[in-house]
Design a protein around this ligand. Structure first.
Ligand code: NAD
Ligand code: ZN
Length: 376
C-alpha cells in the first residue's frame, strides 16, 4: 500500500493507494474516525451495482446508511445537494456524521460539496471508483456543482479526512471511461514526470488492458503528483494551473459540443495534441518532444470527431480560466515541464485548430510536418 500525505489548509490527510484495500472485510470501517456518530455512504445506483457488495463488506462493522443519487453530469446540480442534505436529516445525521463518498468525480464533487455544507461541515472520506477520481478529483479538496450558466460554478474547497484509492474498483469501469482517464495520466507525465512518461511509452498497451503491475504503480504515481502540486498551491494561484495542461482547448471542445458525445479526458487528449503543436510552433518545445506527446496520445486510441474549428475557437474565451478577457495557456517546455500563464497569438490558435482534426492521422503515419526550431 502507498500512503501519500497531502497538505491542505485544513491540515494533512492521507491518500491510501493499494489493490484490494476496499476488498478486505471491515477494513474501511476501521479507517473511519472513532468518535463518529454515524456513517453515511453516498454513492450512485450505477456505482452501487458495480461496487456495492465490496463497499458494504468493507464498511459492514460500521452500521452504515446508504444514500443513492444520480451521478450523471446533468444531475450535478444544487437540487441534488439539497436532496442529499434532506436525506441526511431524515436519517438522523448530526455534526459527528462521516460521509463516505464512493464513486467517480461527479459523486465526489456533489457528495463533497454536500459534506462541506451540511451542518456547516461534516467529515468526509473519498473512495474514488473511476480512474479520473483516483488520480485527480478525489485529491485537492475541490468540490462543487454546475449551474446552467457553466460547470463547477458553485462549490467549496473542502479537503477530505481520507482518500482510499483501490485500483480493483476500476475493473468494472466501462472501457471508454477508463481510457478517458488515461489522458489525464498522460497530462501528469507531461507537466511533472519524465519518468512516468517513459514508463507510459513502454507500457501504454498494458495500461489500456488494466494490467495490475502497471496500473497500480501509475495510480499511486499520479496521486502523488497531484498531491504535491495541490499541497504547494491549494487555491490555484500559481502552480496548480499546470493541471490545466490540455484543458484550455479541451474545455472549449466540451462546451462546443454541449458536453455530449466527447468525454472530458478525450477532449483533453485533443487539447494536448493542440497545445503541443502550439508550444512547438512558438519555439517552446522541441519537435521531438511534440512528436512524443502526440504519438502517446494517439496510441490511446481513436478520439471522437471534433466540432468545427470555429465553434471551438468561439468557446476559448469563455473558459473559466480566462481572466480579464485573456486566455491563460499552459504550454509544454519539454516532457515533464510546462509554462503557465502564457499568451498565444489568436492567429496561431486559429491555424492550429484548423489542423487539429488531421493531427492523429499525420502522427500515426509518422509524417514529419514541421521543420525543427531552435529552443529559446
Ligand atoms: N474536484 C476536482 O478536482 C475534479 C477534477 C477532475 C474532474 N472533476 C469532475 O469529475 C467529473 C467526472 O468524473 P469521472 O470522470 O470520474 O466520471 P463520472 O463520475 O461521471 O463517472 C463516469 C461513469 O462511470 C460510472 N462509474 C463510476 N465508477 C464505476 C465503477 N467502478 N464501475 C462501473 N461504473 C462506474 C459512473 O456511474 C458514471 O456513469 C466531472 O464532473 C468533473 O467536473 C472534478
Ligand atoms: Zn481534467
Amino acid at each position: 500500500m502507498n500512503r501519500i500525505v497531502i497538505r491542505s489548509s485544513e491540515g494533512e490527510y492521507p491518500v491510501l493507494c493499494g489493490r484490494g484495500l476496499v476488498g478486505r472485510a471491515g477494513w474501511l470501517a476501521r479507517q473511519l474516525p472513532e468518535d463518529r456518530t454515524g456513517v453515511f455512504l453516498l454513492t450512485s445506483p450505477r456505482v452501487w451495482r458495480a461496487c456495492g457488495r465490496t463497499l458494504s463488506r468493507a464498511l459492514a462493522p460500521a452500521q452504515t446508511r446508504r444514500i443513492l443519487f444520480d451521478d450523471r453530469e446533468t444531475a450535478k446540480e444544487l437540487r441534488t445537494v439539497e436532496r442529499i442534505a434532506r436525506e441526511l436529516v431524515r436519517n438522523g445525521a448530526d455534526r459527528g456524521a462521516v460521509i463516505v463518498a464512493a464513486g467517480g468525480g461527479v459523486v465526489g464533487d456533489v457528495a463533497g460539496f454536500a459534506a462541506s455544507a451540511y451542518m456547516r461541515g461534516v467529515r468526509l472520506v473519498h473512495v474514488p471508483t473511476t480512474l479520473v477520481a483516483q488520480v485527480d478529483s478525489s485529491i485537492g479538496g475541490k468540490t462543487g456543482v454546475n449551474l446552467k450558466e457553466g460547470k463547477n460554478l458553485v462549490g467549496a474547497f473542502y479537503p477530505p479526512e481520507l482518500v482510499v484509492a483501490d485500483p480493483d474498483l476500476l475493473s468494472t469501469l466501462d472501457p471508454r471511461q477508463y481510457r478517458s482517464g488515461l489522458y489525464e495520466v498522460v497530462k501528469y507525465a507531461m507537466i511533472a514526470d519524465p519518468l512516468l512518461f517513459d514508463v507510459l511509452e513502454r507500457t501504454i498497451e498494458r495500461l489500456i488492458r488494466r494490467d495490475d503491475g502497471v496500473l497500480d504503480w501509475v495510480v499511486a504515481r499520479c496521486a502523488r503528483i497531484k498531491g504535491e502540486i495541490v499541497g504547494r498551491d491549494e487555491r490555484e494561484s500559481g502552480e496548480r494551473q499546470a493541471l490545466n495542461f490540455g484543458h484550455t482547448i479541451g474545455h472549449a471542445i466540451e462546451a462546443a459540443v454541449g458536453y455530449r458525445g466527447i468525454l472530458h479526458g478525450e477532449a483533453v487528449g485533443w487539447g494536448m495534441l493542440g497545445v503541443a503543436e502550439i508550444s512547438r510552433e512558438m519555439g517552446r518545445l522541441r519537435t521531438e518532444d511534440a512528436g512524443r506527446i502526440g504519438r502517446l496520445v494517439v496510441r490511446l486510441g481513436a478520439l471522437p470527431k471534433l466540432p468545427a474549428p470555429g465553434a471551438i475557437a468561439k468557446r476559448l474565451g469563455s473558459d473559466k480560466k480566462a481572466r480579464a478577457g485573456r486566455v491563460h495557456w499552459v504550454l509544454a517546455r519539454r516532457v515533464g515541464e510546462v509554462e503557465i500563464n502564457a499568451d498565444v497569438p489568436d492567429e496561431l490558435v486559429r491555424e492550429t485548430l484548423g489542423r487539429l482534426g488531421r493531427m492523429p492521422k499525420d502522427l500515426a503515419a509518422g509524417a514529419a510536418k514541421a521543420p525543427r526550431r531552435e529552443i529559446s
